[in-house]
Design a protein around this ligand. Structure first.
Ligand SMILES: Cc1cc2nc3c(=O)[nH]c(=O)nc-3n(C[C@H](O)[C@H](O)[C@H](O)COP(=O)(O)OP(=O)(O)OC[C@H]3O[C@@H](n4cnc5c(N)ncnc54)[C@H](O)[C@@H]3O)c2cc1C
Length: 285
């Protein structure tokens, strides 16, 4: 379908963008447009005005931040893949990003757009949860920082207010020797995750000292797997990994759809969680 008509303007500075959003006239921000435009074509969103922030240099790029990294909101997937800092410190970001969409999506789609859109089947939110990322957001009213764990609230619903922009994403340093992994089983036509899991684990000698897992694609939104806590203080024996994987879907509202019934998605999620944990444990030094 064709979207309803709208005005388009390009922000010239962050200050300019925040001023326009503060007017509260239903202006919608656009970055890469790879989520917003499809939604507009279905007429699920009918903004009167689009404010393009893709060219705001102050929101773009990856830099070292303490021993972690800071990633600007309008940094594209392509730029995430090209970042030496991320490859070295957070290889899970590239492992996830290289399978997102296709060339066009990766060239235009931004990390901030993916997080703000909060599609329950998108890949990046699970990685942000597993890495315990924090999002710095700003409006004309001021700044605040929101942990990924508090950011995703329901399908396509986040803690962002209408006048707020995500400025950047802060990734704290991983525990020493940590192993990470992202695996997903994608729906063949769309490429979105039917089930995906992100894991960050660390060992001290042979005992697990850190274990965080997040799931995407199966519940109402990306969320942490609380059962992964059971691994801390253990040697992550195969039997325990099996129990954690089995419990990973407890309490999730799993819906069936045209691609798979709920029972299949449940089983898939359990298999993916187990394999992701095994891979991250193998990589932990
Ligand atoms: C063909 C196709 C295949 C895809 N495959 C995958 C896939 O396999 N996995 C996956 O995870 N995703 C996939 N996607 C989705 C894609 O990853 C996201 O659409 C994209 O990253 C969103 O970023 P964007 O910059 O395009 O956001 P936009 O579409 O510009 O914006 C999305 C939403 O975020 C808001 N927004 C954007 N930037 C900010 C900001 N800085 N602060 C506050 N709000 C903001 C907008 O107002 C809008 O509501 C696919 C998309 C397409 C079209």
């Amino acid at each position: 379908m064709i979207p309803t008509s709208f005005d388009y303007m390009r922000a010239t500075s962050l200050r300019d963008a925040l001023g326009i959003l503060a007017q509260g006239d239903g202006t919608k921000v656009i970055a890469g447009g790879h989520s917003l435009l499809p939604v507009m074509k279905f007429r699920l969103a009918q903004p009167a005005r689009l404010l393009d922030i893709a060219n705001l240099a102050e929101l773009r790029g990856v830099e070292e931040h303490r021993k972690g990294a800071r990633v600007g909101a309008t940094t594209t997937y392509r730029e995430l893949l090209d970042s030496e800092i991320l490859r070295e410190r957070f290889p899970i970001v590239a492992e996830c990003t290289e399978n997102i969409g296709d060339w066009q999506v990766r060239n235009r789609g931004t990390i901030g757009g993916s997080l703000a859109h909060a599609d329950p089947a998108s890949d990046m939110p699970a990685v942000m949860l597993a890495l315990d990322a924090t999002f710095n957001v700003r409006s004309k009213r001021g700044r605040r920082s929101i942990r990924a764990r508090e950011f995703f609230q329901a399908p396509f619903v986040t803690a962002l207010a209408e006048d707020e922009l995500i400025l950047d994403v802060v990734l704290p340093a991983l525990p020493k020797g940590a192993g990470t992994a992202y695996l997903s089983q994608v729906q063949a036509a769309s490429g979105y995750a039917m089930a995906g899991a992100a894991a960050v684990v660390a060992r001290t000698r042979k005992t697990v000292s850190h274990a965080v897992v997040a799931l995407t694609g199966v519940g109402e939104m990306s969320q942490l797997v609380t059962a992964a806590d059971q691994l801390v203080g253990t040697k992550a024996e195969p039997e325990l990994l099996g129990r954690v994987a089995a419990a990973s879907v407890d309490g999730l509202q799993i819906q069936g759809d045209i691609h798979a019934p709920a029972s299949y998605r449940r089983h898939l999620a359990q298999v993916i969680v187990r394999r992701t944990l095994e891979k991250a444990l193998e990589r932990a030094k």
